[in-house]
Design a protein. Structure first.
Length: 289
């Protein structure tokens, strides 16, 4: 038992190293640990600034961002009933959500870690205020809504970030958080578990994660436990299935394996309508108590 390693969600010291293959990155070895209290799977040691710089180069942004085909009607539908105006997207990525909300008359601000990305976003969207993270903490503006979309799973200390963001939330403001539930039940999850078993026999090395983008692998229970631990009052906690990491568009089918992935994705989404706790993504709305 690794008594010196506390869980990143519930802070329990009842954590153990797992048999999951370690990650070798940036001349370091990262080990997967599991919390025996809340069952969170998380990486240790914590990422350094050097590790983050090695991961989040400009190539990362061009690979994963700037696909503006996505529409954010779901997010708009969730927040419009609260009649809030100012919206901060912390970890705004390619600013697709901010641009969408700007057209719906929200006052929007985006924060990102990398200055190179801030420069690209500023040149693309001159009506949106973008701030580099290191400079954001020197500002004093407060917001009706603070959004974190697929952010927490990248952090070695998610609780610290939530606490720091509280002072930027208006007294009646809301946290709006979205992200993956990589260890939550779903048809797709159980399919991955079964393929993992066979890959472990045939080619175990193929299971190794190469770059530690995600620091935590959560489920619906420990994700809610995390928010409760931040002394927030839950307004909404919803679990959904997106079919990830399998493809969900027919145009992406290029092989029999991808065809199987497509069907797994669709079946997983179908089953999630019958099991409310099944799904690989969450949506959370909460406010300070």
């Amino acid at each position: 038992m690794n008594l010196s390693i506390n869980c990143l969600f519930c802070n329990s010291n009842k954590t153990v190293a797992t048999k999951q293959l370690p990650i070798y990155f940036n001349s370091k070895t990262f080990i997967w640990n599991k919390c025996e209290n809340c069952k969170l799977l998380f990486l240790f040691p914590h990422l350094s600034d050097s590790d983050k710089e090695a991961m989040y180069k400009l190539s990362y942004h061009t690979t994963y961002y700037f696909n503006y085909n996505e529409r954010y009607y779901k997010q708009l539908e969730i927040i419009k009933s609260f009649e809030k105006i100012s919206f901060l997207d912390f970890g705004c990525g390619d600013a697709g959500l901010l641009f969408f909300l700007l057209k719906s008359n929200y006052e929007v601000t985006g924060v990102e870690y990398d200055n190179a990305l801030i420069e690209i976003l500023t040149s693309k969207f001159n009506k949106i205020n973008f701030i580099q993270e290191c400079l954001f903490w020197e500002t004093s503006a407060t917001y009706d809504i603070i959004h974190l979309g697929d952010v927490l799973e990248h952090l070695s200390n998610p609780a610290d970030l939530m606490n720091r963001l509280k002072k930027y939330l208006k007294p009646d403001g809301l946290f709006f958080v979205e992200g993956p539930l990589e260890c939550n039940p779903s048809f797709g999850y159980y399919f991955r578990k079964s393929t993992y078993f066979f890959r472990n026999i045939i080619n175990r090395e193929s299971l190794r994660v190469k770059i530690p983008y995600h620091i935590t692998y959560s489920n619906a229970n420990n994700q809610q436990l995390f928010f409760d631990g931040q002394h927030l009052e839950k307004i909404i906690f919803k679990v959904e299935e997106a079919g990830w990491p399998y493809i969900d568009k027919m145009v992406e089918i290029k092989s029999p394996w991808l065809l199987l992935q497509y069907f797994v994705s669709k079946i997983s989404i179908f089953f999630s309508f019958f099991f409310s706790c099944w799904g690989n993504r969450f949506i959370y709305i909460g406010k300070q108590k």
